[in-house]
Design a protein around this ligand. Structure first.
Ligand SMILES: [Mg+2]
Length: 276
């Protein structure tokens, strides 16, 4: 679909959406189960100490954007597809129901819509399909698009290079780099802009994570924090639910209808012959 320059009165030419806890609410329970699956993966597949896993999982998530990115930084080699099928493939997707309200909101905005998620393609597709939003998006940026050359295929790779997540690391004194590209880091945003041909200054970005929103703001994106009505630094708009889009962002619809009206009057002017 080509929307560019179609709505000259609109401040935005693209809407960029996170998926998890943004397109559906946190109360679905998927995120909580995802955390349990990640912890189980760390204990069962990476032989990590069960008593340390919850804290380490949270710390890696905080430091690296995703626990997976943190595990890779600390030298754990594992097959990404296997990780994703263990962590996401077993989620209770049946908790997600078709969302005709959101579908209708998205359809009523003839502006380009792109998904930008740290999750893998299969997970994004499953969520979008369960919500009944398959025909709502024009492009998808996900784990595979952000990490095309990073497909490690060593299911039980050597763990000799694993770095101890010691107190120095916890204090942030020596944090090894991760090979994984993901939000909330700016390189992930820049890569997404390039791949999906996005002008951040003309794009509205929806995400439930305040740190993603804050990086987004630094890149020039206009931001909408979803899942909270609290306005914080970097947040242009805050919505309790994605369903509140129309009430919180009336300008979006008004600018589109202005452009449509302008287009219609122009068309009528052209098509009505002047009789003189
Ligand atoms: Mg999210």
């Amino acid at each position: 679909m080509e929307y560019e320059n179609q709505f000259p009165h609109s401040k935005y030419e693209c809407l960029l959406f996170d998926v998890d806890d943004t397109l559906y609410p946190l109360s679905s329970g998927l995120s909580a189960q995802c955390t349990r699956n990640i912890r189980e993966y760390m204990v069962n597949e990476l032989d990590m100490d069960e008593s340390k896993v919850p804290e380490m999982c949270a710390q890696l998530y905080r430091d690296y954007g995703t626990t997976m990115a943190g595990l890779r930084a600390f030298g754990y080699d594992f097959d990404h597809d296997h990780y994703h099928s263990f962590v996401h493939g077993r989620l209770p997707y049946e908790h997600l129901k078709p969302d005709p309200v959101l579908k209708s909101l998205l359809h009523s905005l003839p502006i380009r819509k792109v998904i930008f998620s740290n999750a893998n393609e299969a997970h994004v597709a499953e969520v979008v399909q369960r919500l009944g939003l398959e025909d709502c998006f024009d492009d998808v940026i996900c784990f595979e698009s952000l990490n095309p050359e990073n497909q490690i295929t060593i299911p039980n790779g050597p763990k000799s290079s694993v770095i101890e997540y010691d107190d120095d690391c916890k204090r942030g004194v020596v944090l090894p780099e991760s090979p994984i590209v993901c939000k909330p880091f700016e390189n992930a945003f820049q890569q997404a802009f390039k791949m999906a041909r996005i002008n951040p200054h003309k794009t509205l970005f929806f995400d439930d994570s305040i740190r993603n929103i804050q990086t987004a703001k630094l890149t020039g994106l206009n931001t909408v924090l979803v899942g909270s009505s609290e306005r914080r630094t970097g947040v242009d708009f805050a919505l309790e639910s994605i369903h509140n889009m129309r009430e919180a962002l009336p300008d979006l619809w008004e600018s589109v209808s202005k452009s449509l009206d302008a287009g219609l009057s122009q068309k009528i002017a052209v098509e009505t012959p002047v009789e003189a």
